[in-house]
Design a protein around this ligand. Sequence first.
Ligand SMILES: *Cc1c(COP(=O)(O)O)cnc(C)c1O
Length: 360
Amino acid sequence: MERIHNFSAGPAVLPKEVLEQASDELMNWRSCGMSVMEMSHRGKEFTSILEAAEADLRDLMAIPANYKVLFLQGGATLQFAQVPLNLMAGRSADYLVTGDWSKKAHKEAQRYGAVRLVASTEASGFSRFPAVAEMDLDPAAAYLHVCTNETIRGVETFDEAALPNGVPLVADMSSHILSRPMDVSRYGLIYAGAQKNIGPAGVCLVIVREDLLGQASVHTPTLLDYAIQAENGSMLNTPPTFAIYMAGLVFKWLLRQGGLAAMARVNAEKARLLYDRIDAGSFFHNPVEPANRSRMNVPFTLADPALDETFIAEAKARGIVQIKGHKSVGGMRASIYNAMPLEGVQALAEFMADFEKKHG
Ligand SMILES: *Cc1c(COP(=O)(O)O)cnc(C)c1O
């Protein structure tokens, strides 16, 4: 069957080779006579799957030895609560608001303690990532929370060196983790829901520096205590075994592609193709400052919103789907995660050119 060009923001496209491998192994994983879905999470088969996934992720991201890797549940949204529960330790926490997701994280954290807003770009329409000089930082904060790629507005920060230095940085990387090399040591904690750039929905990755563990609030549910999860190898209770297995296949696929440096090159090329098309005239528009334009999520509007439905329908006829923008911003959004091949982006850019010729 022909695969469609799927630009969904999440759950999103997965590599074809990974789906084929999962399909081949579905009934009988490595001649063990059962599916990964049917295995005990404590058995040697699944233990080997989990260990390989962690080892491959450490390899891909060059995760330093003093960081724990956790495979949790509840999505990135639960991290909005789990981070303050574990890291606030009776102090205040700093939040930077650069889009819809960091705004949600900031709001949720207020349930657990004192929270300071260091800066917000909401008044200017969430169209850029602010400079450190614009942030009202508290040197005594327990941590500073940022979202390094805002999935809805398509705002990404690329300059890790320009992020604030000082209190531990906590980053929501849900929609661009693994899209390029990141310096893990710049962060105290990184989290990412899987269904954008890692695998299927159901598992959430947390990478946390060891010295930040062990200070959870007394009200923290045992299951949500990072330190206890770390001690138990993410197996305090039954983990989302099949989602972890799929994430592991994606990690192996990324290694075969040449790792994150290779992905970064392809992703930069894919993004350039789309932004060039958007900038080629006045028919399409993207409001984000060029330096912060996301290479994963590309929102754009048509000069005439009355053409939106026609655009979506004609796109579908060309095998291009899930490009409708988030309801809060309207227009279109093309999510071009790792698993979106260059040909998919070329097909979209060609369609956009043809559509403009026909309707512009
Ligand atoms: C999708 C997303 C979330 C929410 O993820 P869930 O897994 O649905 O909880 C949070 N932050 C960012 C940046 C996202 O893209």
